[in-house]
Design a protein around this ligand. Structure first.
Ligand code: AR6
Length: 334
């Protein structure tokens, strides 16, 4: 089931559990911890007082009280020193332990803030990478919807190198696209002048042809549908259905709908998510998209970013979503 990156105040998330970036006392503090205690009310503090604190990298669970979630999972992130004090392992452990607690308590949805990335000073891009790595690994084996809640856009910054590479790629494609479209416009104008009459004459010829029976014959040879091609590719790649939809960041219900409806028409991000999950080449991706009536073009950033990742053989849907989010595009998956 999917990982979604959203911009929100975590205290407003209607999920089974939200995760709190707490300190070892579990008795409240500033940042997201302060916001959660304030929104949950004094009874949360009262329950926290019974827990006896929590070690760094570990997690404990309480009720949600006045919050719109059932539970709050309190975890204590590492204070970032210089990256050589086991910070990464401890931060990974926060996500893992919180997810395990959520699972043990039958949570179907859980929302995380970017733990340690505020007062505790963990560099935000690295904190985000740790979060995405651990959560996506967990989601490959477990059914849960996980939200990574990013408070403000400034807090969300993908690795500088990746960002500038993509920005450059977009620029290049825009430039070539603009040149192409100018050439195309001229060619069309030229073509219209040269071929206006002969084309009209030809049209009369075809329009005069009877096509009643032919149309039936043509329709009976209708091509493989999106759903059929998707299922065929899953088999060819030796994947199970579950492996495919989890890797695509698509939820099981949507996949079942696609599987059971041979004429299902997915949204473009869903179709692309499957192409990424199946690790299709650019031309195979084009073929799959065509089945759903779509194409990748150079006239929008979304398509160019997708092309950027596929052409580099990077099929990590979570990294792609990270980039799409940073460029203000809609995300892949359901
Ligand atoms: N919703 C979502 N994210 C938020 C919210 C919110 N309402 N408020 C802040 N953030 P921090 P830490 C983001 O400092 O670094 C506390 O005093 C924020 O932008 O809350 O783990 C505890 O008691 C940042 O990206 O947690 C500890 O002493 C992220 O949440 C200490 O801070 C985490 O920032 C823990 O520090």
């Amino acid at each position: 089931m999917p990982l979604r990156i959203v911009r929100n105040d975590i205290t407003k998330m209607k999920v089974d559990a939200i995760v709190n970036a707490a300190n070892k006392t579990l008795l409240g503090g500033g940042g997201v911890d302060g916001a959660i205690h304030k929104a949950a009310g004094m009874r949360l503090l009262a329950e926290c007082m019974t827990l006896g604190g929590c070690d760094t990298g570990k997690a404990k669970i309480t009720k949600g009280y006045k919050l719109p979630c059932r539970y709050v999972i309190h975890t204590v992130g590492p204070v970032y020193v210089d990256g050589t004090h086991g910070e990464k392992e401890l931060l990974e452990s926060c996500y893992r332990e919180s997810l395990m607690l959520a699972k043990e308590n039958a949570c179907e949805s859980v929302a995380f803030p970017l733990i340690s990335s505020g007062v505790y000073g963990y560099p935000k891009d690295q904190a985000l990478k740790v979060a995405i790595d651990v959560i996506s690994d967990f989601l490959l084996k477990n059914d849960m919807t996980v939200y990574l809640v990013v408070f403000d856009r400034a807090a969300f910054n993908i690795g500088e190198k990746l960002f500038s590479d993509i920005a450059e790629y977009i620029d290049d494609k825009y430039v070539s696209d603009h040149i192409d479209s100018r050439v195309e416009r001229m060619r069309r104008a030229e073509g219209n002048r040269t071929f206006a009459r002969p084309l009209a004459a030809k049209c009369e010829e075809c329009c005069a042809a009877p096509f009643g029976d032919d149309l039936d014959a043509i329709l009976s040879e209708i091509d493989e549908s999106f759903s059929q091609m998707l299922l065929r590719k899953i088999d060819e790649k030796g994947m199970t259905d579950a492996e495919c939809y989890k890797k695509a960041n698509i939820d099981r219900k949507l996949f079942s709908k696609i599987r059971s409806d041979v004429n299902y028409k997915p949204s473009k991000p869903t179709a692309i998510a499957f192409a990424i999950s199946l690790e299709l080449t650019l031309s195979e991706t084009a073929e799959l998209l065509k089945k759903a009536g779509f194409a990748l073009s150079h006239s929008n950033k979304f398509d160019i970013i997708i092309e950027y990742f596929i052409s580099r053989g990077n099929y990590n849907v979570f990294e792609i979503n990270e980039a799409l989010f940073a460029f203000d595009q809609c995300l892949l998956g359901a």
